[in-house]
Ligand binder design. Structure first.
Ligand code: ADP
Ligand code: MG
Length: 137
């Protein structure tokens, strides 16, 4: 069984579509193995997105990710990582396939509703960033 980290970003939390997004995961066979709502500090967001520290949009990304609460989840299931990426759609919602979370709930390339781990190695790091062992069940 594979695990991956998902984040419902501040734009989608503000739109009150947490349940609608979680439903996409459950309907498509992914189990919510852990879930919590948190307010990230700038230090939290900067550490989480450290791989993007050199990108021109890093400052905006940290500002956006701290602009309101997020919901972090561990998704579990067969091919959970690629299944989640498929359900999310492309980074830019304007390029995201119809029926994907980003096509349906996101407005722009920065405020794009959800995060998903991009490799199993990063999934492990990201899951450990937010959750301790007993929180994943
Ligand atoms: P993804 O979230 O699809 O894995 P990336 O890892 O490339 O995409 O980027 C991380 C996040 O940084 C994106 O989800 C988005 O919020 C933000 N981002 C990416 N590219 C841009 C950009 N050109 N301008 C502003 N924000 C961006
Ligand atoms: Mg990424």
């Amino acid at each position: 069984m594979e695990q991956t980290l998902s984040i419902i970003k501040p734009d989608a939390v503000a739109k009150n579509v947490i349940g609608k997004i979680v439903d996409r995961f459950e309907t498509n066979g992914l189990k919510i193995a852990a879930m919590k709502r948190v307010q990230l500090s700038a230090a939290d967001a900067g550490a989480f997105y450290a791989v993007h520290a050199q990108r021109p949009f890093f400052g905006e990304l940290v500002e956006f990710m701290t602009s309101g609460p997020v919901v972090v989840m561990v998704l579990e299931g067969e091919n959970a990582l690629s299944k989640n990426r498929e359900l999310m759609g492309a980074t830019n919602p304007k390029e995201a396939e119809a029926g994907t979370i980003r096509a349906d709930f996101a407005e722009s390339i920065d405020a794009n509703a959800v995060h998903g781990s991009d490799s199993l190695e990063n999934a492990k790091i990201e899951i450990n960033f937010f959750f301790c062992g007993r929180e994943i069940a």
